[in-house]
Design a protein around this ligand. Structure first.
Ligand SMILES: NC(=O)c1ccc[n+]([C@@H]2O[C@H](COP(=O)([O-])OP(=O)(O)OC[C@H]3O[C@@H](n4cnc5c(N)ncnc54)[C@H](O)[C@@H]3O)[C@@H](O)[C@H]2O)c1
Length: 408
């Protein structure tokens, strides 16, 4: 027998440990999943309401809730029956918790996801997966290193099967070369400002709210209720329309067309209507992102006009239009004889229950995630190309070798 070298021995032992670890992270098909909630604001309230309803049908338990604003933590504890934990790191020490829902503002997503994975927890992280590309790289690396931990990104519509179905018609050639994909996310506001989330006068830093803990990895600032309640409007915590809304839209296009990283992109927009706003972010934003060899993805949004734009994949042979009920494929004139009109009626919906159930199936049965960390990463890169273009007034590109967004 050949003698086993030390390197081979360590390699084999590490592989065995990794396999055992990955195996141990897959829960039995019917085992109870225990959840911890980090960040109990607006979006988490929706999640908690649904998860409470799913407790018996899906065998779930909401074990602990964490927020730096006491009022929100207390409300969450009442709704879920979970124990209040003030510091999320303490929540992560709880061995009973299988997965954490991270529903904090964007600037916390990366650090909390990394800490949760280090603590051996599966993660459901609200979108965008991270605030910046640099952070997304670290999260992807950590998920891969974990060999078995699941990280689901909470992008809207990912567990609606329409986008996977659309991908079949793209791959089988029905659409022909898709040259343009267009999609919007528009709203209107009538109070003189946009993203005008209410300011709760009960919030008192140092009394019932830990402002320093909220700021976390973001630059230090004096307490500002606008920043706390309207964090989407400030670059330190968000990309505004881009990371709050475009990420939902671009990720569907990425899924439907099997895209990865954009090659280059440019953004336009500005604060055109709400000129008296304190918000740093523009009220109107448009991106043009070129993916290698096509298509150009057009993202359109305004917070001052909600007239919609059709969500369309424009192919050389046929056009696919997403509708409320699924999608329709119509041939281009020259292919009318070859391609029949197709109407696809979807079974799923934009439903966070489906998205949690998908994570449960991934944890219990190792089923694939509908929005895994790679899809999360592609979405973060797409919005950062546009964001950097807007902020620098420059055409930007994706440098694949350096994995960075750089001037084109
Ligand atoms: N999928 C969707 O449709 C959708 C919709 C809205 C929001 N979101 C996402 O959900 C996330 C939260 O958004 P929101 O609107 O609920 O914001 P929010 O401000 O209402 O809630 C965030 C909560 O996180 C808490 N928090 C901040 N730092 C914390 C810390 N260190 N420890 C514990 N708690 C902390 C805050 O106190 C706050 O209660 C964001 O990522 C947002 O993009 C997704």
């Amino acid at each position: 027998m050949e003698p086993v070298t030390r390197r081979e021995f360590i390699g084999a032992a590490t592989a065995a440990v990794s396999t055992a670890r990955a195996y141990s992270q897959i829960r039995g098909a019917n085992e109870r999943l225990r959840i911890g909630v980090i960040g109990c604001g607006g979006m988490a309230s929706g999640h908690m309401q649904q998860l409470v309803r799913m407790k018996d049908t899906d065998n779930l338990e909401l074990v602990a809730v964490c927020d730096i604003y006491d009022k929100r933590a207390q409300k969450a504890a009442e709704v879920t029956g979970g124990k209040i934990v003030k510091d999320y790191r303490k929540l992560l020490e709880n061995k009973d918790i299988d997965y954490v829902l991270i529903a904090t503002p964007e600037h916390w997503h990366a650090q909390m996801s990394l800490d949760a994975l280090d603590a051996g927890k599966h993660v459901y992280c609200e979108k965008p997966m991270t605030h910046r590309v640099e952070e997304a790289k670290k999260v992807v690396a950590k998920v891969k290193q974990s060999k078995g931990l699941k990280l689901q990104v909470g992008v809207q519509g990912m567990s609606d099967e329409s986008y996977e179905e659309a991908n079949k018609y793209f791959r089988d050639g029905t659409l022909g070369k898709v040259v343009i994909a267009q999609i919007d996310y528009s709203r209107n506001h009538y109070t003189g400002d946009f993203f005008d989330y209410p300011i709760d006068p009960d919030a008192k830093p140092g009394v019932n709210l830990d402002w320093k803990a909220w700021l976390g990895p973001a630059p230090k600032r004096a307490w500002d209720p606008y920043r706390y309640f309207r964090w989407r409007c400030y670059w330190d915590y968000s990309g505004g329309i881009a990371t709050d809304l475009f990420v939902h839209r671009v990720t569907r296009i990425i899924k439907a067309l099997g895209l990865t990283f954009p090659e280059k992109g440019v953004a336009t927009g500005g604060t055109f209507e709400f000129t008296g706003s304190k918000n740093e972010i523009p009220d109107t934003t448009n991106y043009l992102l070129d993916y290698p060899g096509g298509p150009t993805v057009i993202l359109i949004s305004s917070m001052a006009s909600d007239t919609p734009v059709n969500h369309v994949l424009r192919g050389h042979k046929a056009t696919l239009e997403f509708t409320r009920t699924g999608f329709t494929i119509r041939p281009q004139r020259g292919y009318a004889k070859e391609i029949q009109e197709i109407v696809y009626v979807k079974k799923g919906a934009e439903d966070i229950r489906l998205h949690h159930r998908n994570l449960h199936a991934a944890i219990r049965k190792n089923e694939p995630l509908k929005c895994d960390c790679m899809l999360g990463y592609y979405g973060v890169v797409a919005v950062e190309v546009g964001l950097e273009s807007y902020r620098r007034r420059k055409y930007m590109k994706w440098d694949q070798a350096k994995e960075r967004v750089v001037p084109a």
